[in-house]
Design a protein around this ligand. Structure first.
Ligand code: ADP
Ligand code: ZN
Ligand code: ZN
Length: 817
């Protein structure tokens, strides 16, 4: 009798690969365990067992495995099912899903590089002989490859040794180059809850008569925190008389004080402000009840709550209920909204039950989070994380929250799997029988459509918390202003007037300018030439701070030119404007004020983003200029004025969602104004004051926008009426790409007729010396999705078999938006 296993390899292979195992191995192995297997000429990979069986492969001879790496599965059966769903829906290989789904440290292979963790301290007794040998070797050489370790230890089975050192947090593998995000932990104390009543409180004080030092500390704490409730930083407390670390520790040991370890960063709000549980107001209460009612009959509910309506507090209530039933909770949000502000708020409520999964986490931190969720540790009940946290090994999810569900960053563009975390969360919810709550102030058209058609529940919350008024929105016609010569650079007289007014009241201003991509381009006034990137089909943009011309696609750069490269003319000017230009103009206009800029360039460093936010929050910055980064989730108290520098470059973006996106962005950024009693003001500068989207933003008419955009989608055959699949061909040889695209489009048209668009060059048709061409497939309602995908798969297979098109890669993107 022979035994086999099917293995998912972390490679873009169509199928699982079959290996032979012994009877013992077959009895031991379970789906979800890791095995090291040979693949290709001489490579070793880590794969995941998907099945144990007795059917030999028909077209090749099964090789034996190298070794078994786990004692228990590291991937659950649900995950395996989930991966296979993702692979088939997004038309990619399960191996590609595997790569995205588990920490790379789990996937040791021959090319893996092993290094010592920085500054690690090791107790020899913790290590086996092999582990110690490797540890010593790594002290001498900064890194070793697996093959070198095989020689070093003089045996083939080295992966368990490395795995064990990873788990003990001694070595790192495949260390990523980016700087690591290391949260700072701050220790807090607060009085234990049982003393919140008068009676126990008095008893405690009586009891402490015999311990005057401890009594004094309690009184100091009252002084700092008010009666009982709030937590105080230990580092602050110890500054006070009598509050020595020793006394505090004994109060903690006696369970009189409760210690909290909270992740903080420089820009954390004082916990005093947010500690203690808040009570929902009646509108929040009602929304909560409606959500719960909706969950009785439906799995997904959309919470449409305007900015600052207090959605987070509703989430907190729902999370609380789910974990009290012993369930796990996943709280998904876009990277940029995963602020220390929010984390502190949740940790303050839920303490160590909260796990954070940040995209900037190191490989080892990912391993730790993954293991904790897998083992359903007490401190892993709530995961708050970015897109990829949907891949964690949950086994008993009760609730998934997708906040800012309209955000485009939930979609992964590269590499495969090109999934949309919100959509996938709905599927994950089904598999785990968890409820899914989507929240947004400006829901995506697709989600609202689903709610509108009773596929999802729908709950509205249209009051700001504390009945703070929505800001007043005013449109400024800059065509008119130009004509009347009332523009100073990119500022209308109206905007300048309001900036001055705001600053004179010591209030703050946010100015929004869409992306860096619209940065200034150098143009020759004599011949019209603009310097181009040699690798990509784009003009280089001018960056004044280092006096360079740069390509935003590949990073190519050169020094700023003094004369035209084409005609030698010295009459050069910069066209278009970006955040940097706005900042420069502002500095000239308001020399005595502090101006900050927030975009990809200024937030690159380790804590770049946090530093700017912190400076703004502490009112060290008066005017903040930024890209979409300023639109998300931040809760600034002192912002009265928001200026949108130019609405038109949002609206004119060549994409079927440009209007919807513009609406969302403008309303989100408007939501940053006036979050306190005083009403905020938003000025939108535009050449098209009558554009329907600008009008709808100014009157806060989500429903009108929805109905109008939906009509357009229906007319032009876009989602949610049609589904889209995009095939991108790319390659270094222009004519091969071109001819290949024609061939493919014709074959597709034979089957799908008028529902094939293209081939067409995208706006930037060459990036890093590769040419791109797109074909769009539209799938009407009622046409079977799986059959369509099968047909596309078959056509692509024929395409790949044609020698003339070798070297042309195809990339499939399902729901490419
Ligand atoms: P949203 O996410 O809907 O934009 P938030 O949840 O950030 O709104 O809430 C806006 C502000 O109102 C926050 O500062 C929050 O602390 C405060 N807030 C919301 N609900 C309550 C409540 N029930 N009690 C006290 N403060 C609240
Ligand atoms: Zn010229
Ligand atoms: Zn380039």
């Amino acid at each position: 009798m022979s035994f086999f296993i099917n293995v998912i390899l972390p490679l873009p292979l169509e199928k699982h690969f079959t290996y032979s195992v012994s009877l013992d191995e077959a009895q031991f192995l379970k789906p979800g365990m890791r095995v090291a297997v040979p693949f290709g000429k001489s490579k070793i990979y880590t794969g995941i067992v998907s099945e144990v069986h007795q059917i030999p492969p028909s077209v090749y001879e099964a090789k034996p495995i190298e070794q078994i790496l786990d004692k228990a599965p590291v991937v659950t059966e649900t995950q395996l099912k989930f991966w296979s769903w993702i692979a088939s829906y997004y038309m990619c290989a399960e191996g590609e899903v595997l790569r995205a789904a588990i920490p790379s440290a789990f996937l040791l292979e021959s090319e893996t590089i092993v290094q010592l963790l920085n500054g690690v301290q090791v107790n020899d007794e913790e290590l086996t002989d092999d582990e110690f040998l490797l540890y010593e070797a790594l002290q001498a050489q900064s890194s070793l490859k697996i093959n070198e370790i095989i020689q070093l230890l003089d045996k083939k089975t080295v992966l368990p040794v490395i795995n064990s050192l990873v788990e003990k947090n001694i070595v790192v593998v495949n260390q990523e180059i980016f700087e690591q995000y290391k949260p700072k932990i701050e220790r807090y104390v607060r009085l234990h809850e049982r003393f919140s009543e008068e009676g126990p409180m008095h008893e405690l004080l009586d009891q402490l008569n015999r311990a005057p030092k401890q009594r004094e500390v309690i009184f100091t704490l009252f002084g700092m925190a008010g009666k009982g409730k709030a937590s105080v930083k230990i580092s602050e407390l110890t500054k006070k008389r009598g509050a020595s670390p020793g006394v505090i520790k004994s109060l903690i040991d006696k369970n009189i004080l409760e210690e909290l370890k909270i992740e903080t960063s420089r820009f954390n709000p004082d916990l005093e402000e947010i500690s203690g549980r808040v009570h929902l107001n009646e509108h929040q209460q009602q929304a909560l009840q409606e959500i719960e009612t909706s969950f009785e009959t439906q799995d997904v509910c959309l919470l449409h709550g305007i900015t600052s309506s207090g959605k987070t507090e509703i989430y907190v209530e729902l999370i609380e209920k789910a974990i009290s039933q012993g369930k796990q909770v996943l709280y998904l949000l876009p990277e940029i909204a995963l602020t220390a502000q929010l984390i502190a708020r949740l940790q303050n409520y839920f303490g160590e039950q909260v796990l954070i999964y940040h995209s900037k986490y190191s490989v080892n931190e990912r391993v730790e989070v993954y293991q904790n969720v897998l083992r359903n540790k007490e401190n892993a009940r709530i995961v708050i994380g970015v897109r990829s946290s949907i891949f964690l090994p949950f086994h008993d999810l009760g609730l998934i929250i997708v906040d800012e569900e309209h955000e485009s960053t939930f979609k992964q563009y590269d590499p495969a799997p090109r999934y949309h975390a919100r959509d996938v969360a709905v599927v994950l919810g089904k598999m785990q029988e968890a409820k899914v709550l989507l929240g947004s102030a400006t829901p995506s058209l697709e989600s609202y459509f689903n709610a509108d058609h009773s596929k999802y529940g729908l709950v509205n919350l249209d009051r700001r918390y504390g009945d703070v008024l929505l800001p007043e929105i005013e449109i400024v016609d800059i065509k008119e202003k130009h004509r009347k010569k009332r523009m100073t650079g990119h500022f209308s007289d109206r905007l300048l007037e309001e900036i001055k007014e705001t600053l004179s009241n010591n209030e703050q201003v946010i100015l929004f300018q869409n992306r860096r991509g619209f940065s200034p381009i150098l143009e020759c006034n004599t011949c019209g030439h603009s310097p181009q990137c040699p690798n990509c089909d784009v003009s280089l943009t001018f960056h004044s701070h280092n006096n360079q011309l740069r390509c935003h696609y590949c990073g190519y750069h050169m020094a700023m030119q003094q004369k035209c490269m084409a005609c030698d003319s010295v009459e050069l000017s910069t066209k278009g404007f970006g955040t940097e230009k706005v900042e420069t103009e502002l500095k000239a206009l308001f020399p005595e004020h502090h101006i900050g800029r927030m975009d990809l360039d200024t937030t690159r460093g380790k804590h770049g983003y946090e530093k700017i936010i912190s400076a703004f929050e502490n009112e060290e910055i008066d005017i903040l200029v930024g890209t979409q980064m300023v639109t998300k989730g931040l809760d600034f108290r002192n912002v009265r004025l928001v200026g949108i520098m130019n609405a038109d470059n949002l609206l004119n973006f060549p994409d079927f969602r440009a209007h919807e996106r513009s609406f969302q962005l403008m309303l989100q950024v408007a939501g940053r104004a006036g979050r306190t009693e005083k009403r905020g003001l938003v000025l939108i500068q535009t050449y098209n004051p009558h554009h329907q989207i600008v009008q709808q933003v100014s009157t806060n008419s989500y429903h009108e926008m929805y109905r109008e955009q939906l009509e357009e989608r229906r007319n032009y055959k876009y989602p949610p009426f049609y589904r889209l699949i995009r095939i991108t061909l790319k390659g270094r040889d222009y004519s091969r790409v071109n001819e290949g695209a024609d061939w493919l489009a014709i074959s597709l048209k034979n089957t799908f007729r008028e529902n094939i668009l293209g081939p067409e060059f995208p706006p930037v048709a060459r990036i890093r010396n590769e040419y791109y061409k797109n074909i769009l497939i539209k799938i009407p309602q009622g046409q079977s999705l799986s059959k369509t995908k099968d047909l596309i798969g078959r056509i692509l297979q024929s395409f790949k078999a044609i020698g003339a098109y070798r070297g042309v890669k195809t990339v499939i993107n399902v729901d490419p938006y």
